[in-house]
Design a protein around this ligand. Sequence first.
Ligand code: R1P
Ligand code: GUN
Length: 315
Amino acid sequence: MSTVHEDTSLEFIASNLDILATILPERLLKPQVGIVCGSGLSTLAASFRERIEVPYSSLKGFGISTVHGHKSALAFGLVGPGDGVPVVAMLGRFHAYEGHSLSTVVYPVRVMARLGVKDIIITNAAGSLDPALPVGTIVSIRDHLALPNLTGFNPLLGPAKPQYPRFLPLSTAYSHSLRRTVFLAAHELGLPSSTLGEGTYAWVSGPTYESPAEGRFLRAAGASVVGMSTVPEVLAAKEEGIEVCVLSLVTNFVVVPDGYRSVREEVEAELAGRPLPPVPQVEVSHEEVLAIGKEKGEVMRSLVEKMIELLGKSG
Ligand SMILES: O=P(O)(O)O[C@H]1O[C@H](CO)[C@@H](O)[C@H]1O
Ligand SMILES: Nc1nc2[nH]cnc2c(=O)[nH]1
């Protein structure tokens, strides 16, 4: 388990504001939009103006991200023309499979809330369960399927806190208004309509990728894409009153063959001198996930920046 100090009191979280006030100029200190960079997507913050990176290690209560493709720093800066919109990005998130507690996983979102973030754009790399969402598609998430939440693994478990609702409704977790902004931004950029899809994100704990039967199960249950992050951050953001947008980059297809070829038949055919054609053995890898992130990072960055520009205009 993480050795991070597990104090999640508002006072402790807010003590980061004093630290940041000694590092950041006034205009960067009150970000309006937060971004969470998914696997291989740290370049989302590459063109922030007046960018200042603050390592998690110089802040209080943050973990260290141990996953390849994730850094461990907050990036502050400005996006868009004129004065620009002040933003903060998590360059590197925490996953439960790294051994982090769920309160550590969502901690940076709570810090963003104390900084005054109103809208959060959470990105991730995900496997597709839907042939209509091929590799390279950016999926605007409209709902989630979180088996861990339904079975007792939820970042909001614990004693009630007066500042938060005890029973958080999730029917509006994925902001309708921000989902509209995604498509308006794509339109302004002239992105082909195939670049962007809509769907439901399944959260699994990982670190294993899905077995074929698990993939089929998630698909049958209504999930479009699957990944090992995001939902805890969504819950914390919603609890904090932040408007949530999630963008999943499809980096691979989850292997869901419709059936299994009988190995008995395969061996018997071979022994009878009529060998069957070999079945391709497909496996996903994190390297493949990162490679697609690198390839499609620019499109994702332009979309996120255009969204922020539009949000800046609408106040
Ligand atoms: O969700 P992000 O952090 O983008 O990363 C995704 O990619 C990793 C697996 O390749 C997992 O951590 C999965 O959740
Ligand atoms: N669980 C899961 N997470 C991913 N992240 C990127 N691709 C995948 C995938 O296929 N499955």
